[in-house]
Design a protein around this ligand. Structure first.
Ligand code: SF4
Length: 292
């Protein structure tokens, strides 16, 4: 790749004329800063990156980043990201979505993307409620937590995103915290650089509608996996870490190198991305005759 022909993502190139409408104190600000740090530090060419946004407070980031992107339907961000990757596998495809979008409406897409090891990065703003719709219980809301839609306490157990990803055979699983921007930046960079499915679940306090999972709540419980010597290639150890509830680990839980990502299973793509291939050379007659 000739570097002279490309514009690399920078803080200046990312700048949008719109400033976030998020509530003051929202954890989305920390995630946004870490995300911009990561894109800038990786020095990726603008034309090689596409962001797919879900619906929610997090998805509103679509207006605040000046970078190629697509604002998907609720629960369909991962499905769109997979389609983009298969159409043009040279792109870095990154999903920015919330916990409701990813683990609720989009749960089937999340599991399928993990199983297929699609080479996309999924960044989940996990604030444990539906923030944009003013504070209903989400799939990650703790059992017994009172919210607008569960006034006597959430009756279900919360989804465990990293445990779920591990059982679905994802090859990169991490958790960050929006209150630790430098650490989160490094996680996002590692996820984008990973070949295969990568998930960074990010604790992101919803200052306005979740008065349980606050900055203080996380700061009391969070610890750094790397500092405690966790080996991210040890799947059994990762499994145990995903089930810690009293102390909350952040960092890379699990990473498996070398598993073939989905798009490399298709020899048709050896000739280059589908978007660059002409269908004029392809004889569809035998297939169409079978369908007629
Ligand atoms: Fe952030 Fe919650 Fe406000 Fe949404 S409702 S912008 S998640 S604080």
């Amino acid at each position: 790749m000739d570097e002279k022909q490309h514009t690399f993502i920078s803080k200046a190139s990312l700048a949008s004329p719109y400033f976030p409408t998020w509530c003051p104190g929202c954890g989305n600000f920390g995630v946004w800063t870490a995300f911009k740090n990561a894109l800038t530090e990786l020095q990726l060419p603008e034309e090689d990156v596409v962001i797919v946004y879900g619906v929610g407070c997090s998805g509103n980031m679509a207006d605040f980043n000046r970078v190629y992107g697509f604002h998907a339907l609720h629960g369909r961000a991962i499905a769109n990201a997979v389609a983009i990757k298969m159409s043009n596998h040279r792109l870095k495809v990154i999903v920015v979505a919330g916990d409701g979008d990813t683990y609720g409406e989009g749960l089937n897409h999340f599991i399928s993307a993990c199983r297929g090891n699609h080479d996309i990065t999924i960044l989940v703003h996990d604030n444990q409620v539906y923030g944009l719709t003013t504070g209903q219980a989400a799939p990650t809301t703790e059992h017994g937590q009172k919210t607008k839609s569960t006034p006597t306490g959430a009756p279900e157990q919360a989804i465990n995103p990293l445990g779920l990803g591990l059982t679905a055979d994802a090859t990169f699983l991490a958790r960050g915290f929006s209150g630790d921007i430098r650490h989160l930046t490094q996680l996002i960079k590692a996820a984008i650089q990973h070949e295969g499915l990568s998930l960074v679940d990010m604790f992101q306090p919803c200052f306005t509608f979740n008065h349980h999972n606050t900055y203080a709540y996380f700061k009391e419980r969070i610890y750094d996996l790397e500092k405690e010597g966790h080996n991210p290639t040890d799947k059994f150890s990762a499994w145990k870490k995903t089930h810690e509830l009293n102390r909350l680990p952040i960092g890379i839980f699990y990473q498996e190198e070398g598993r073939v990502p989905m798009h490399k299973n298709f020899p048709q793509l050896d000739k280059g991305p589908l978007v660059n291939q002409s269908i004029a050379q392809i004889n569809l007659s035998p297939i169409l005759s079978k369908l007629s």
